[in-house]
Design a protein around this ligand. Structure first.
Ligand SMILES: [Zn+2]
Length: 277
């Protein structure tokens, strides 16, 4: 799939890495966090990239597309205790070629989802900034599914048209479908802070549910111990009763000077003896 490219190689010299050159350039940055970045942190990290793009004299003249827009998609993928964050601009030039050439092979779940929901208003050959980071993440981890015990990937997009100030950028309908298909959580409306509030609320609810569950288990355990206690007391009572009854019996049998208390017992004894001979 041939688009015009100038020099499809990586340049690692800037704050963001660049693939290809001039108006065919696509920029990336990878970061790692040891603790979970909030939505606001992810958003701000994306804005930092955007600001670098529009402030650096080398990138500013070419970072906007021919439609006059510059976007930075940010994807956060948790793997173990590390949160890998990928920032990427709209795929152009050599990187757009790479998505087409290597996508099906190196990032097949993203590629399948992207082909399922193409961008109808664009040329069929277009991918969006969201596609670029999904591709990059899947090539790194060979999957977009969260690892065991890890959170689903999260995505935010920021950017602006030429001359406008940077803000949350609306994720387009096909990209939303791609994201949902890949079970990616996205900042779709409101602010990053709203999602952080929602996360905190959910965390509090989870904790409350855990506390409730713990209390329930403790209550059950208490019930079990009380039950055991009652069983022990009851067993002791039965044992005492049996002993009392036995000693009464023995006492009854030993009445008088003979072995047996009365003639019936004596007879029964003879019967038993006869049988056992
Ligand atoms: Zn899109």
């Amino acid at each position: 799939m041939a688009t015009n490219t100038i020099n499809p190689v990586w340049d690692f010299s800037g704050f963001m890495h660049r693939f290809d050159q001039g108006r065919y350039a696509t920029w990336f940055k990878e970061r790692q966090y040891d603790t979970r970045p909030t939505w606001k942190q992810l958003f701000d990290a994306g804005v930092e990239c955007f600001n670098w793009l529009i402030q650096d004299p080398a990138t500013e003249p070419v970072c906007f597309t021919t439609r006059g827009v510059c976007l930075v998609a940010t994807l956060c993928y948790q793997y173990g205790g590390t949160y890998h964050v990928y920032h990427g601009t709209i795929p152009r030039g050599g990187f757009l070629d790479t998505l087409w050439d290597a996508g099906a092979l190196k990032a097949e779940t993203w590629f399948a989802a992207a082909r399922k929901y193409p961008h109808p208003n664009d040329s069929d050959l277009t991918f969006h900034a969201e596609d670029g980071v999904l591709y990059t993440c899947e090539t790194a981890f060979k999957t977009l599914n969260p690892a065991k015990g890890c959170e689903a990937p999260r995505m935010v997009v920021c950017g602006a048209n030429i001359g406008r100030s940077v803000k949350r950028y609306n994720i387009c309908s096909p990209c939303r479908k791609i994201g949902r298909g890949l079970k990616v959580k996205m900042l779709l409306k409101g602010s990053a802070r709203d999602l952080d509030k929602k996360d905190r609320r959910e965390k509090a609810l989870r904790k409350r549910a855990q506390r409730k569950e713990k209390n329930r288990r403790e209550w059950e355990e208490q019930q079990w111990w009380e039950h055991q206690q009652r069983e022990i007391v009851e067993a002791a009572r039965r044992s005492r009763e049996r002993q009392m009854w036995q000693s009464r019996e023995v006492g009854r049998r030993h009445i008088g000077n003979g072995l047996f208390a009365d003639a019936d017992d004596l007879k029964a004894s003879f019967v038993v003896r006869r049988h056992s001979i």
